[in-house]
Design a protein around this ligand. Sequence first.
Ligand SMILES: [Zn+2]
Length: 411
Amino acid sequence: MKRTQYLVKIFAAFCVLFASNAQAQELRALSNVDTENSSISDRLFGGVSIKLALSQAIPFRIFTRSAPNRVILDFRELAWNSAAAESIVDSEVVSNLRFGVFQPGWTRLVLPISQPLLVQSAHMELIKSDGTAKLFIRLGKTDQKKFDAASTVKPDTEWTQEEVQFETVSRQRQTGDRPILVAIDPGHGGIDPGAVVSGFNEKDLVLAFATELREALSKTDQFDAFLTRDGDYFKSLTGRISTARKGDADILISLHADALAEGRASGITVYTVSNKASDEAAAQLASQLDRSDLLAGVDLSEQDEPVTSVLMDLARVETNARSMELAGKLVAGIAQSTQRSRSRPQLAAAFTVLKAPDIPSVLIELGFLTNKTDLRNLLNDKWRVIVQRGIIQGLMDWSVEDAAQARLLRK
Ligand SMILES: [Zn+2]
C-alpha cells in the first residue's frame, strides 16, 4: 500500500474514533448535513465563507478550477441533495451550485463563482461531546491570474486539508512606514495535541498564549497580528506558511512548548531555520514536529516547496539574515523582561514551518512541558504577560533596525 493511502486510512480511522465517541461504537458510513446550521455566505470585506454542520467527521478535499471559475469540494460519503445545498446559499458570488455523487464513495459540491476566489483556510472541527463535526472554509478575493495558477494544482489523490501555494514574487519589505503584520503560529492542534503532560496539552497552552499575544500586539500602533490557527483543529506545517503568506504577514512567529526526552530542557529558547542543527536536541525537536504532521496524515514527501529559482534563493539569504536578527532581538527583549538569561537562548534546526523563503520566521519554545517550572510558568497569567511584553519589546527593537536596513538597500 502506498504511504499516502496508508496515512489517509489512519486519518479516516481517527475520524471514526472521534465520531463514534458518543454513539457507543456505532460506525456509520454516511455523514448527514444539518442544513439548518449550515451556510454559504458572502463575507463583509469580500470573499465567501462556507460552514457545514455534519453529523460526523469525514475526509474531504477542496480545490479550484477556472474556465468557468469554480470551487470544488469533495466529500467521502455525504448524504445530502442539491435542493438542500441550494437552500443554504446566501451569496452574490456563488450561484447555481451542483451537488451529487462524483464517483463511488465520493460526493462532490461544485460552487460556480462570479469572481476569482482563493481558499484561505479549510478545516474540520470535531465536536467531541456529540460526535458531530463542523467544516469551516474561507475563500478570499484574488485576481484572475493567481486564480488560474492555483487552479492548475492537482488535488491530492484522496483529500487535502488545504492547497499549498507558494508565490514566486518577492514581497515588499517593511520600511517603517506602516504597521508590521505578525503571523502568530500556535503549534499543533486538532488530532495533534503536541506535548501532553499532567493533563495539559501543548496545543491549548500555545493557542492561549498566541491569542493573548495577538491582543497585546493589536493594542500597539506599530503592529497588527493574526493567528495561523485560531481554534482546535489540525493544520499542516506548510499550510501554516501558506496562511501567513496569504495573510500578507511581514514576519512569522511559531509558538511551542514541546516535550524533550532528555527532561533537562527548560526555559525559553528562540529558534531559526538552518540545515545544520545547533545540537542534537534542536535536531530532535525539528524532526519531532515533522513527525506530528506525518501522524496527523500529511505526507511530507509531497510537501516540498516547488520554489527553486535563483531569485528565490537570493530572497532566502536575505530572509535568513533578517530571521537571525529577529531571533536575537527577541532573546534580548525576553531576557530583559523576565530578568533572566540563559546560556544558549538562540538555536537553529531544520524546522519546516520556518522555511518560507520570503518571510522572516522564528520559533519560540516558551518552555518545555517536561519541565515542572516551565509548565507552572505557562499556567501563570503574570508570567505570560511578562514574556509577551518581552516579545513586543524585541519586535520593536528589531523593526526599527530592519526598516533602516531596508531603506539603505533601496538607495
Ligand atoms: Zn510543539
